[in-house]
Design a protein around this ligand. Sequence first.
Ligand code: ASP
Length: 580
Amino acid sequence: MYRTHNCGELRIANINENITLSGWVKKIRNLGGMTFIDLRDRFGVTQLVFNMETHPEMCEQARNLGREFVITVKGIVTERSNKNKNVATGDIEIIVEELSLLNKSKLPPFTIENKTDGGEELRMKYRYLDLRRDVVREGLILRHKMAKEIRNFLDSKDFIEAETPVLIKSTPEGARDFIVPSRLNTGEFYALPQSPQVFKQLFMIAGFDRYYQLVKCFRDEDFRKDRQPEFTQIDCELSFIEQDDILNIFEGMVKHLFKTIKKIDLDNFKVLSYDDAINMYGTDKPDLRFDMKISNMNNIVKGLGFKVFDDSEYIGGICAKSCAKYSRKQLDKLTKFVRQEQIGAKGLVYVKCNEDGSYKSSVDKLYSQDELKKWAEKLNANSGDLLLLLSGDKRHTLNALSELRLEMASRLELLDNNKYSALWVVDFPLLDWDEENKRFHAMHHPFTSPKKEDLALLNSSPEKVKANAYDLVINGTEIGGGSIRIHDKELQHKMFKLLGFTEEEAESQFGFLMNAFTYGAPPHGGIAFGFDRLVALFNGSDSIRDVIAFPKNNSGRDIMINSPSTVDNEQLKNLNLKIN
Ligand code: ASP
């Protein structure tokens, strides 16, 4: 028998019991007369004691074990004289009477402790050892618990979990497809799903009413921070539903998760239109743990002879509380920050609102004290605050201001990791103009329905049409997004046309869907959440890699199994692919 208990469960109440434990040797301490071993399994750590006087041979054997050896011990539970309050089993130890070695281990390439000496590469190469570390394992247990609560919640709301195929045809979610050559259909390829979008809509046409799936999706994107080529979505679709119903149900799901997993009662989610989010925060995923809104300063600063501002399409500002005391050096650093390539602002204009009511700015020669006072009023500044202004074309300047806002929040320590601020961003534009290729893209995806009241604009000014689309943002991270769908063949057809599909392309790629719409498609809509993101947020991880069991690195490689890799010529020949 390998064990009567696991390594995390023995307590004072078990004293004097004869027990058997199995696990990995975490640590050996050799104190001459006694040898102590910390034995670890998934459930915890238990201290073993080997006594040189009573069992000299076994004690000798214990001393010669190595880290990560797998052993079984039989012994008696006793109370510790030196209790360890930091460990659940810290009140007891096992006086070992029998030791057997189940397997040896090579010396692990890094220490299997929460604070390890292993770098990222090494830990990924030996991920099965990395997964033995408590912090990593706990992230995956959290993932399991969240999946379970999601299933509980959706089941209670009459959702059916149903699977969709993995070998499919391209679905346009805005990224490249991974493709799989078909051996039986020479010269033809499957695509891996970027999402089950079309299938979940077909479930609605089939009358399933409410569907969900925890599903792997695949997107072949160029390097982007914290993206994985395969990731997991909580994918949902509902029939006979309007946008508000969807926001309600899924606000409920997210609150349920916070309540059951984190014991946190989340406030009701804020709702912001896309336009307001952009104008007030410079981004469609604002972090609302802190305020610091952006103000449009055009009316106040333009036309007074400062060429940089006069020539700019847009001038925006933020107010950083209590930062008027910033030194020259700190301000230079901020200027450097906004000038870096990823942010791309040309320069930074600042105004210090001094305690004595005067103003000191980087444009003192150009603006009077009275004028600067107006700036301060516009930005609701008090004495002691610092105003920061950026200018340029509207889109880029707002984006740069949103980055500057985050930077200031981080300097002011306003990004509290134990605080959660959730918000729905709604009323997205339906289309996004691609200047380079002179064509429209679907902002969400081509199946998203325009707002009824904007239908007339589809012909005259499609760029003005708003969509029934929504995103969930928590602490500045996009956690989910979805839309009410088109369920009418003609409208879907028109949408493909607007997106530059020819009649034939639309028919060959999505004819089956438009055809299905003609067999009684109910009004429907849905949403998908990034499950990895959500777990990372709950786990307090910066990277989704921390909560994926076997993640890929930044170049999409699994460095443990060494994939992707070449295949042999025979395999290529069978697939009728070119042999190098
Ligand atoms: N399929 C969409 C996505 O993956 C989500 C949705 O519209 O339900 O982003």
